[in-house]
Design a protein around this ligand. Structure first.
Ligand code: GAL
Length: 477
């Protein structure tokens, strides 16, 4: 009897033809099946979505990474030499592209500094809306050329607004007297200067339309002993927000007209649009400091990076918790490499930096560097410039690095910000903004270590005209 019961019980789990199935089992089996199918389709859908997202990302970044070529014809050498001069000094050498770039009467002038007719004007609707044209004049929302040279951006999350701070050079350019041995290569025009007008601030929601918020740190008109007296030098201002103190802190290069003071200045404000209160200047760690930048890391620590020892090396050191001073900790990096105009960024735990050589206002070849720790050691990877032509690539597209901005929502994609200095008329210096990516294709052989590339490739792609992807999340359409 017991045996029979057992058999009957167990037969309830099988559903052979002819035997009776229990209803709950059928129902649960069906529910199970439906759940399995649902789970499968959710996973498939997620996979599909991931693949779609990846494809979309690839399509978007491919557009940014398109390689564009450039060509231009060098004008023939100007003026003939007399037969006697030819005998003595040989035939006149054709001018170099840099000579042409620095010569404001060059036939190529309009190529390097396109005139007002080609201006980027955000108030004009049409095909050019949202498009960057590196090197063209760029107007703010009042219709005036943007004055924010040697600048950097700050993103304020609470208002989803970008602020662009930079040197206002809207004054007369004059030839300052020769500076000391501070510069490694001093070209004839590199001593051109403008009085300190101040630090400008512009705001934007889309990184293309910029509203002038005015001069947030003005130069000093009368007090000749003041660091910001108009006869001095204020360059490369960078602003970071301190989460602990709730203050916006500005660091900048402070110098005299001969570049012998070689210091950093610090200013603070409770608002991103100022006014900033100038606190003081110092030689950080007791060392000369010329071109510089500030980098705020994900953990809230901020660092000062500056060219030192006659610009032959860079120094990097953390700031105090309030960002108002340096600490005693500092490292020498890229020693003997003579680099300046540092622009730092971080991607997937690796620190990257773009720098220029030291040739005053004249453009030169950029280099990309990488490090596992911001304090070094830093390794030099090579020239990141891709496209244009050889001359474009060896002159950083006729510009000099100042800042690198991450493009939100597009991991690995950044905007490289640079200045195309116009030494004859510094206020008319142009902005060269281009897409930068980490992990792109190599244009030149990389440095290899036992056959393996040490770091992901950093590439800056030349574009005559480009835009951020349509529908990019910071873009209001
Ligand atoms: C550059 C430097 C600029 C400015 C210029 C003056 O090398 O990056 O910020 O100082 O020299 O000649």
């Amino acid at each position: 009897m017991k045996m029979r019961n057992k058999q009957r019980k167990s037969s309830a789990f099988c559903c052979n033809a002819g035997s009776r199935c229990s209803l709950p089992v059928v129902v649960w089996s069906l529910v199970g099946c439906i759940l399995m199918i649902h789970l499968y389709s959710v996973i498939r859908q997620n996979d599909d979505e991931n693949i779609q997202a990846r494809l979309k990302h690839l399509a978007i970044t491919r557009e940014l990474e398109e390689v564009e070529e450039e060509s231009f014809h060098m004008p023939p050498p100007r003026g003939r030499r007399s037969p006697r001069a030819v005998k003595r000094r040989g035939p006149r050498k054709p001018p170099s592209v840099i000579d042409e770039f620095l010569d404001d009467s060059s036939e190529l002038r309009n190529f390097f500094f396109p005139d007002r007719r080609t201006v980027i004007d955000p108030s004009r609707e049409g095909n050019d809306s949202m498009h960057y044209y590196p090197g063209r004049q760029w107007l703010d929302t009042d219709g005036n050329p943007i004055q924010a040279h040697g600048g950097g951006l700050l993103y304020v999350e609470s208002t989803a607004t970008y602020y662009w701070y930079g040197e206002n050079k809207d004054g007369e350019t004059y030839h300052a007297h020769k500076r000391g041995a501070a510069r490694v290569i001093v070209s004839a025009v590199s001593v051109n200067q403008v009085d300190i007008i101040g630090v400008s601030c512009y705001s934007s929601k889309d990184l293309w339309t910029w509203t002038n918020k005015g001069i947030v740190l003005p130069g000093e008109e009368t007090n000749i002993t003041h660091d910001l007296h108009k006869s001095n030098v204020l360059e490369r201002p960078k602003v970071v927000y301190n989460d602990r103190t709730g203050q916006y802190v500005m660091w900048m290069h402070i110098d005299d007209v001969n570049y012998t003071k070689a210091s950093v200045g610090v200013a603070v404000s409770n608002s991103p649009t100022g006014p900033f209160e100038y606190l003081y200047s110092q030689r950080p760690h007791g060392c000369e400091s010329r071109d510089m930048t500030i980098f705020k890391d994900e953990d809230g620590k901020a660092y000062l990076i500056y060219s030192s020892e006659d610009n032959s090396e860079l120094h990097v050191g953390p700031l105090t918790d309030d960002y108002l001073d340096v600490t005693g900790v500092v490292r020498r990096i890229l020693v003997g490499q003579h680099r300046e105009a540092p622009a730092l960024f971080k991607y997937e735990g690796t620190y990257y930096m773009i720098t220029s050589g030291c040739t005053g206002w004249a453009p030169n070849r950029a280099l990309a560097h990488a490090a596992e720790s911001i304090m070094g050691p830093w390794e030099t990877m090579g020239n990141p410039c891709v496209g244009g032509n050889r001359i474009f690539r060896t002159t950083t597209f006729f510009s000099q690095s100042t800042f690198v901005v991450p493009i939100m929502g597009l991991p690995g994609s950044f905007i490289f910000m640079a200045d195309r200095w116009n030494p004859a008329e510094l206020r008319d210096s142009r902005y060269v903004w281009l897409p930068l990516s980490v992990g792109g294709a190599a244009d030149e052989p990389l440095e290899y270590n036992f056959g393996f590339p040490l770091w992901s490739r950093v590439s800056i792609y030349w574009h005559r005209r480009w835009r951020l992807p349509v529908g990019w999340k910071g873009v209001q359409t």
